[in-house]
Ligand binder design. Structure first.
Ligand code: GDP
Ligand code: ZN
Length: 275
């Protein structure tokens, strides 16, 4: 991949033209980056080829935010972001918001569901403030990306943690001309010492980029113990005979929900992406 453009969260070196204007000379190596497939291109490139769009780089933690209701809890969305985070090797937690509206305690079931896989879950309410302090403590000292569908309450959660949040988009650090955070899209906010929030308004969906069909199952943590037992080493776990994953789903050792998420993502991976 070529790294021609600075992305949100990059450290770059600039040469200063005036007090307000600088030119990016180079981009420092990225610790990691989260990307997705950009929209389909018209003409020029081979039909159907999708390009990579970097959402943000140098992220310590992703908070995958969902609401339990209004909008409905969307585990397909969560699973897609998990795959993106796992494949980018970025730590993440799941945040289930609006538990003040959760009369039937569905959020506890989903919490248990993801915890049993091994993932960290916060159940919060931006409205009542429940567990918001736990979340605030958890993100301290890190560069954090909040990711979730529109309306789940990301802004509300951030506002309840940091009522006086100040934007620092495009601001230049005053200690040096090196190592300046730039933003291409989205916002990069300093909320406390060494603590940042990366906000990416307008980018809601994520179609993980650069994942090969045969690698996808590795990003479903609970599939891993079974993968060695498929008859074919190239097994995609969707129709092949003697598939240990399908077997585990049938025995209830892997949840049908997660398996369905796996199949959905598998179907979005284009065979001709790599050539
Ligand atoms: P965003 O699009 O993810 O940033 O979501 P917003 O923060 O804009 O919230 C969308 C709507 O949900 C607003 O009307 C909020 O008042 C509401 N909302 C956010 N968090 C909660 C919550 O914990 N409980 C309830 N009842 N409503 C919430
Ligand atoms: Zn298999």
């Amino acid at each position: 991949m070529t790294l021609d453009f600075a992305s949100l969260g990059d450290w770059v070196e600039i040469s200063k033209i005036s007090n307000e204007i600088g030119v990016i000379e180079s981009i420092y190596d990225r610790k990691n980056y989260l990307s997705r497939k950009a929209g389909k291109l018209r003409g020029g490139l081979k039909r159907g080829r999708r390009l990579e769009q970097i959402i943000a780089s140098n992220i310590d933690k992703i908070y995958i935010v969902a609401s339990i209701i209004f909008p409905d809890f969307n585990n397909r969305f969560i699973d897609r972001v998990i795959v993106a985070a796992e494949s980018a090797n970025i730590d993440f937690s799941i945040v289930i918001n609006k538990i003040d509206l959760d009369e039937n305690n569905y959020s506890k079931n989903w919490e248990q569901f993801y915890k049993s896989i091994g993932y960290n879950v916060f159940r919060v309410s931006a409205k009542s403030g429940e567990s918001i302090l736990d979340l605030k403590e958890n993100l301290s000292g890190k560069v954090n990306l909040f990711w979730g569908q529109s309306g789940v309450g990301k802004s509300s959660i951030l506002n309840s943690m940091f009522p006086h949040l100040e934007f620092r988009v495009g601001e230049v650090s005053n200690y040096s001309q090196k190592g300046i955070h730039t933003t291409v899209t989205g916002e990069f906010k300093k909320v406390a010492e060494n603590t940042y929030i990366v906000d990416t308004p307008g980018i809601r969906e994520i179609d993980p980029y650069g994942i090969k069909k045969e690698d996808l199952s590795h990003y479903f943590l609970e599939f891993n113990p079974f993968l060695q037992n498929c008859k074919f080493s190239t097994c995609n776990h969707d129709h092949e005979p003697d598939c240990a994953i399908i077997d585990a789903v049938e025995k209830g050792e892997i949840s049908i929900e997660r398996y369905q998420s796996y199949l959905n993502i598998l179907n979005t991976i284009e065979d001709d992406m790599f050539y």
